[in-house]
Design a protein around this ligand. Structure first.
Ligand code: F6R
Length: 601
């Protein structure tokens, strides 16, 4: 999604802002632009130069560095992901007012932009772009910063420079994330704290409604007092290492990600799970009788497995909701429920809106969030961090594993009988999962070969039952996103209710058919597919001697308890999608039309 960068300090601002935009690249964008100060050749007076380009940041880099250098003065930049108007230079940010005095970049959506635009047109303003953003800059020209903000309905993070004030950046936040980086006589702005790693050690996570100005001498932020906090992100973690893509690197981080989620929390020898983040809600948790899980995309699929985990391990009825649906329902939450919001980025607009709805109705809200200090982490009453480190690849991989780890921990934490045979078994197996994922990763070449073999197919059906139904959905989502291949995830039992009509020799089935309580049922489903000539690629348990007779290809995974099977079974599916996309030559880290954090509705 869109990204904002800003710098004011004694150094030349433009290269710093450009470097920050690079770090925001992973969020997905289709055009980019910067505004910075230059000296006018004739008059010597400082002027503002704007450069905007369509496509990759390499184009912007080329356009900027062919030009003469910027001054040591404020600079702002933006990566745009088109919402209002196609991706072109005119619609790219920064936008400016009629007199070319004010330059502005924006994340979010101005919902009442049409009315505002009409009003401004009547007042004689001239517009160039089709964006909602341009309305904001003319509004500031007409009414001034403060009054303009009051007139805007919607979500925004703004960074603004004025031609007459070369040593200042104005900013405001409402509903879209914005962070101020606090350095030594220099200040930064970014829409994502990850982009500031390595640049500053202290940040201010702006709250909704906060606005202010950064200058060489310091910052002014109001109306509420800002809090300066340490920035705890390791810049090394944000790099790719020896891997060709972040996605592959992040899949290979699986074992470590699970270990990090469990560290200091799981003590199988004492039948104990400690979750410090839930302690503040301990009294309320004792009273809850039900869980509602609310999330989007991959986080929804981990929640679908979470639903089963809570039901089975905590003995609490649980229901999963798509955040985008939940937010518009009347009152989908039952009495005495706690609402669990799962989000890697912690900034997903739909999840945040659902959270606000649940919070305003007085339900206990809990977060399962990866991005520390993100909006969802802050807005939930209590929660558990994933500790998976920044996820850069746009398609979520390591976060899914980490979410499953946390959900398993939470369901054990809420269990009233941690000494039951099942609870003990799950605790013991959880600690063995990282080693078992490693065994799968060691066979990544086999998956690559399978991807080569199946590369010719254009449609796939992913099948699973029980805990592996969410795994099938996630596997199908991954290949859609990364390889632009049509794939559907289905519950095995639903085959005969429709999708079986699709099966023929050109329609391969990826079947998750590991040995658990629904193994025989899955085998029957596969027999039906075999009878209709559908090629079968099976994910099966090591030692299964029969599956080879039915499936055309088999990838074997280690045995684990059924509750944790998605944590192993998803890994070959992630790798399959990765190799499929990479073999086709696609930009797997930044798939088309997708954004890392979906901060608009
Ligand atoms: C898929 C993917 C998305 C996200 C979804 C929710 O690979 O990344 O489906 O899972 O946009 O994002 P978060 O978890 O940040 O709320």
């Amino acid at each position: 999604m869109c990204g904002i960068a800003g710098y004011i300090g004694k150094k030349e601002g433009l290269p710093i802002v450009f470097g920050t935009l690079r770090k925001l690249e992973y969020r997905g964008y289709d055009s980019a632009g910067v505004a910075y100060f230059v000296k006018r050749r004739k008059s010597g007076v400082k002027g503002v130069k704007v450069v905007k380009t369509v496509g990759k940041l390499d184009n912007l880099e080329q356009a900027i560095f062919d030009k003469k250098s910027s001054l040591a003065a404020a600079a702002i930049g933006h990566t745009r992901w088109a919402t209002h108007g196609p991706p072109n230079e005119i619609n790219a940010h920064p936008h400016w007012d009629c007199k070319k005095e004010i330059f502005l970049v924006h994340n979010g959506i101005i919902e009442n932009y049409k009315e505002l635009k009409e009003e401004l047109l009547k007042a004689g303003h001239h517009f160039r772009s089709q964006t909602d953003t341009e309305v904001a800059v003319h509004l500031i020209e007409e009414y001034g910063f403060e009054k303009a903000l009051k007139k805007i309905v919607g979500a925004y993070a703004f960074a603004i420079i004025y031609r007459k004030e070369p040593n200042k950046i104005y900013f405001a936040r409402l509903g879209s994330p914005l962070v101020v980086g606090v350095g030594q006589e220099e200040y930064y702005l970014a829409s994502d704290p990850t982009a500031l790693a390595g640049l500053v050690k202290r940040v201010i996570y702006l709250k909704d409604g906060q606005r202010g100005v950064l200058s060489l001498g310091g910052f002014k932020i109001g109306p509420t007092r800002p809090k300066v906090e340490p920035l705890d992100i390791d810049p090394e973690q944000a790099r790719k290492g020896d891997f060709p893509h972040f996605m592959l690197k992040e899949i290979f981080e699986g074992p470590e990600v699970v270990r990090s989620a469990l560290r200091g929390r799981l003590f199988p020898e004492r039948n104990l799970v400690k979750l410090g983040g839930l302690e503040s809600a301990a009294d309320k948790l004792k009273k809850i009788r039900r869980l509602e899980i609310i999330s989007c995309g991959t986080s929804y699929y981990s929640g679908l497995a979470g639903e089963l985990l809570f039901e089975e391990l905590s003995e609490l009825p649980a229901e999963i909701h798509l955040a985008s649906e939940y937010r518009y329902r009347k009152d989908p939450t039952q009495k005495r429920a706690a609402c669990v919001f799962i989000s890697q980025s912690g900034e997903t607009a739909d999840t945040l809106a659902a959270l606000k709805k649940a919070g305003s109705r007085g339900y206990l809200t809990l977060g399962v969030v990866n991005a520390v200090g993100s909006s969802i982490a802050r807005a939930t009453e209590a929660g558990v961090y994933n500790h998976a480190g920044p996820e850069i690849g746009v398609a979520s991989t390591k976060a899914f594993l980490s979410q499953l780890s946390v959900l398993a921990l939470m369901s054990l934490f809420l269990s009233k009988n941690k000494k039951s045979k099942t609870a003990k078994e799950v605790m013991r197996e959880l600690s063995a999962i990282p080693g078992k994922i490693k065994l799968i990763l060691a066979q990544s070449d086999k998956i690559k070969e399978l991807a080569k073999k199946y590369l010719k197919y254009k449609n796939f059906l992913y099948l699973g039952r029980g805990y592996n139904y969410p795994t099938a959905l996630e596997g199908a989502l991954k290949i859609k996103e990364i390889a632009y291949v049509h794939a559907e995830g289905y519950a095995g039992g639903e085959m005969k209710h429709g999708p079986i009509a699709l099966v023929d020799k050109n329609f391969p089935i990826v079947a998750i058919v590991t040995q658990n309580g629904v193994y025989e049922k899955m085998i029957s489903n596969l027999e039906e597919i075999k009878a209709r000539g559908g090629p079968i690629l099976a994910i099966a348990t090591v030692g299964d001697k029969n599956i080879g007779k039915l499936a055309d290809d088999v990838f074997y995974v280690p045995k684990t308890v059924r509750q944790l099977e998605p944590m192993l079974n998803v890994v070959p599916l992630q790798l399959f999608a990765y190799y499929f996309g990479a073999l086709k030559g696609y930009d797997v880290d930044k798939p088309r039309n997708l954004a890392k954090s979906v901060t608009v509705e």
